[in-house]
Ligand binder design. Structure first.
Ligand code: DGL
Length: 272
């Protein structure tokens, strides 16, 4: 494995870009290859078996791009497919749940933590399990917010509909007096302004992207795999459906032009 090989990321759509942003902030010289499964988004309302299958396909696609490490930039896939990915892959695999849970416990003052995520992540209780493993006394309240994903994919970041839906979803958590809120879906940081307004400024929003990026940095440093280039890394993006909307929302969110964006045929993922 070479230091200049790219870091691989995958998500069901644009959500994983929140993790890309965190990684490139800390390690701007790393090369990146990203796969967004926009033809099959959302993952969060699908069965565990389907999410495992799609995750393995995405990971194998990225392996063919010679990635040195895989970031599962999707909480749904992290909560149901991490074990399988680690079993079959020859590269290290970093998920979202553990770094997000650790950060929430560091930031929480009263030990009352809210978690929002897709139906799959919430039904699997991935965060409750991880939080209680570290601190059995922590109080955890979870809430699925499935409509946040299409709102983020649509780029409705400051729309009144997004605000109404956020109030509906988050009202119950506000009553529980949570002091920190894990954004347990990588799409949600895209909507963080609206979410913060609804929960109030005293609730700390936890985005797994930054702690996951730090974990990746430590991992690469520890194995002499950090890119030593003094130049900015190359970023390549692949999506499984027409890239127009992806480009628009991604460029707005990342604040830069995306030059290498390609469509992957589903056959290429499914026929190996
Ligand atoms: N962004 C993903 C997550 O973190 C998936 C959302 C979805 O496709 O439902 O869970």
């Amino acid at each position: 494995m070479n230091r200049t090989n790219p870091i691989g990321f995958f998500d069901s759509g644009i959500g994983g870009l929140t993790v890309v942003k965190a990684v490139t902030r800390i390690m701007p010289n790393e090369n990146i290859v990203y796969f967004g499964d926009t033809a099959r988004v959302p993952y969060g309302s699908k069965s565990n078996e389907t999410v495992v299958e799609y995750s393995l396909q995405a990971a194998n696609f990225l392996l063919r791009k010679n990635i040195k490490l895989l970031i599962v930039a999707c909480n749904t896939a992290s909560s149901v497919a991490l074990k399988e990915l680690r079993k079959f892959l020859t590269v290290p695999v970093i998920g979202m749940i553990e770094p997000g849970a650790k950060m929430a416990l560091q930031e929480s003052r009263k030990g009352i933590v809210g978690v929002i995520g897709t139906r799959a992540t919430i039904n699997n209780k991935a965060y409750t399990y991880e939080l209680k493993k570290i601190n059995p006394k922590v109080k955890v309240y979870e809430q699925a917010c499935p409509l946040f994903v299409p709102l983020a994919e649509e780029g409705w970041l400051d729309h009144k509909v997004t605000s109404m839906i956020a109030k509906e979803y988050l009202g119950g958590l506000n009553e529980k007096k949570i002091d920190s809120l894990i954004l347990g879906c990588t799409h949600y940081p895209i909507l963080s302004d609206v979410i913060q307004k609804v929960v109030g400024k005293n609730v700390k929003l936890i985005d797994s992207g930054t702690p996951a990026a730090r974990l990746v940095e430590d991992y690469l440093n520890g194995r002499q795999l950090r890119n030593l280039s003094v130049h900015h890394g190359q970023s390549e993006f692949y999506v499984s459906d027409v890239p127009t909307k992806f480009r628009e929302v991604a460029e707005r969110f990342l604040g830069k032009k995306i030059t290498h964006l390609h469509k992957v045929e589903l056959d290429e993922l499914t026929n190996e």
